[in-house]
Structures are given as structure tokens and as C-alpha cells.
Design a protein around this ligand. Sequence first.
Ligand code: NDP
Ligand code: GDR
Length: 331
Amino acid sequence: MKSALITGITGQDGSYLAELLLAKGYEVHGIVRRSSTENFERIAHLTGKIHLHQADLLDQLSIIDVIKESNPTEVYNLAAQSFVPTSWKQPVLTGEFTAIGVTRVLEAIKLLGRDRIRFYQASSSEMFGKVQAVPQGEDTPFYPRSPYGVAKLYGHWITINYRESYNMYCVSGILFNHESPRRGREFVTRKVTDGVARIKLGLAKELRLGNMDAKRDWGFAGDYVRAMWLMLQQDKPDDYVIATGETHTVRSLVELAFQAVGLDWQKYVVTDPALVRPAEVDLLIGDPKKANTHLKWKPEVTFPQLVKMMVDEDLKRLTQTATTDLRARGI
Ligand code: NDP
Ligand code: GDR
């Protein structure tokens, strides 16, 4: 039986990847870090099916222990401080988790099973930053624009370096933005779909946003975790761009989301200069040709379907919460 260890299993991608690997018959292990309140909502439905281990990317020995305990054939390193604005507030911590954390996992694999364990690193389109070519492919030069992007670039190169230095099976997936109803509410897609649902249900009056002109290549997280798995099933380790090949502005995301509930966005959206970033990534559009050809990977969910899926789920969740609250109050 194949077994996998996922760092970041409590996050958006970790939960979808765990589902995918379970469906493929894997024994699935995940690392969770200690906090005063457990935040396992995204994996609550997998209780009893996955094995959770306490560890932290900041703690080398805890990673060595967890790899010994779980004895995986594949390690997916998804854990990171993943919110770009926080990386300006906590640049050192972001570097510790998102950059040096990768080396800690690679060192543990090198120590315990460099010939046996395949390694996936969650790299990011944020590494392209101030873009040097359109669209961005595997050979496009990097120019990160945030401490997060810089940290991810370190993670990307250290992964390649371990592959080249120690002949380890290490791959880096350069994934463009991918979203879902499980996306954290601080990211723009989910902030918009949650905000639209709240406005529709009379729970909010406005939606405050930053730069509406930024362009992103947005896909569905469920499609993207399939690409992660495919990358570890190839004969030779290699790096791939995973993207839809389409780009949309934040403004068009907003328009679509409000359209889904029959409202005019211009009446509700307020632009807030406090939400504009110190340095912006203006335009991302990926070229997924290599993944299309070598991995036979293609995204299945379109951008309008993704936005509708997220608005519908937020409406459902908020309606259920409101009904439960009213029932609890006997109304
Ligand atoms: P999330 O923010 O949803 O999840 C991040 C995960 O990392 C959480 O499980 C979090 O745990 C965990 N984590 C953070 N710090 C540590 C630490 N020190 N030790 C152990 N675990 C830690 O991210 P996504 O699921 O969206 O993304 C997965 C990965 O892919 C990230 O590395 C992200 O940077 C990268 N990426 C994401 C893209 C996207 O569009 N979603 C695109 C390209 C790359 P906890 O629950 O305890 O906070
Ligand atoms: P990003 O995602 O920074 O691309 O990183 P995010 O959704 O945070 O921002 C996308 C774009 O929207 C603009 N924007 C806003 N963003 C947020 N969060 N909140 C707002 O109110 C708002 N208004 C406008 C931003 O300026 C930006 O241009 C995500 C993360 O998942 C990273 O971990 C991952 O590596 C990259 O995607 C690929």
C-alpha cells in the first residue's frame, strides 16, 4: 500500500489532496501543529480515515520523528504562511516556515529515505511577481514582489538543489491561484463570494476591497491537487507550471459573483486604499502546455463555474447558520 505524508493537511489544498489520495487507496498521514483551539474543519469529514501527527515546520526533530512514524512513500509539502499581505507584517516568520521549512523537510527525507521517498514542493506563481514574460511558463525568469514570493523562490530552488545534489526524487509544482469553497476568507475570491452571500442575505451592507485591476489566473483547487499527485507518478522528477491559461481581473470576479445573486456590484463595493499592497503583482497568466502534454493534466472547472460554486456554497452555509441560530433562540 502506498502511503503519503501531507504537511499543511488542515489547509485548503491539504484537505482536497487527502480526499484524492484516500480515493486512490493510499494510507494518508498529515502533520498538524499545536494550537489552543483545533482548526480541523476542512478535514473533519475524514476523521478515522487519516492519521494525524503533531509536528511543526519550525521544529526539525518533530519532522524527522513524523517521517519515521508514518514511513511514507510520498511527501507533499503544502504547509506555509500562505497569505501574501501577512508576509510584509511577519517577513522573518514567513521565511522560517515558507523557505527554511522546506529544507527541514528535505533534510529529514535525506536522512531517512532519500531513495525511497518522493517529495512534492508547493511552489507558486507569486515567484513570477513583476512578470518578465506573458504567459509565464517553466522557463520564465522569476522576480518576486513580496517576502512570501521571495521565500517561495528559496523553497523552489532548494528543492531543485536536493534533486541535483543528492539525486533525490524532488519536484516543484509552480501552481497559479486555485480556489474553492474551502479557501480561507482572507483571500480575494472567498472574501468576495462570502461578502456577496452576506449582502444577499441582509447580513452586510458593503464589501471593501483593494486593487480591483490586478489580474489572476484562477482555477479550482480540486483540479490542482490532481496535478500534484501526477507529478509524483512520473518516471523522472521535473517541475511544472499548473494553470488554466486564462486571466481575469478582480473586477470581473466581483461582477460575476454579484451577477450570480442578481445584484449590481457598483452599489456595494467600496475600494479601500488600506487594502492595497506595498508592491503588487499586476498580471499572472500561466502557460500549462508542459503539464497538458507530459502529465495529461487539464483543469475541469471553468472560472464562471468556480465563482458560482463558491457563491452557492457561501449562501448555503450562511443560510444554515442563520436557521440554526434562530432555532437555538427558539424563533
Ligand atoms: P492554506 O493557507 O489554506 O494552508 C496552509 C497550511 O499550512 C495549513 O494547514 C497550516 O496549518 C499549515 N502551516 C502553516 N505554518 C505551519 C507550520 N509552521 N508548521 C506546520 N504547518 C503549518 O494554504 P493552501 O492550502 O491554499 O496552499 C497550500 C500550499 O500551496 C501553500 O504552501 C501555499 O503557499 C501554496 N500555494 C497555494 C496556492 C493557492 O492558490 N492556494 C497557489 C500556489 C501555491 P494551520 O491550519 O495550523 O494554520
Ligand atoms: P494572492 O491571492 O496574493 O494572489 O496569493 P489573494 O487572493 O490574496 O489576492 C489576489 C489579488 O487580489 C487583490 N485584492 C485583494 N486581495 C485580498 N486578499 N483582499 C482584498 O480585499 C483584495 N482586493 C484586491 C490583491 O491585491 C491581489 O492582486 C494567493 C495565495 O494563495 C498564495 O499563497 C499563492 O501562492 C498565490 O495565490 C498563487
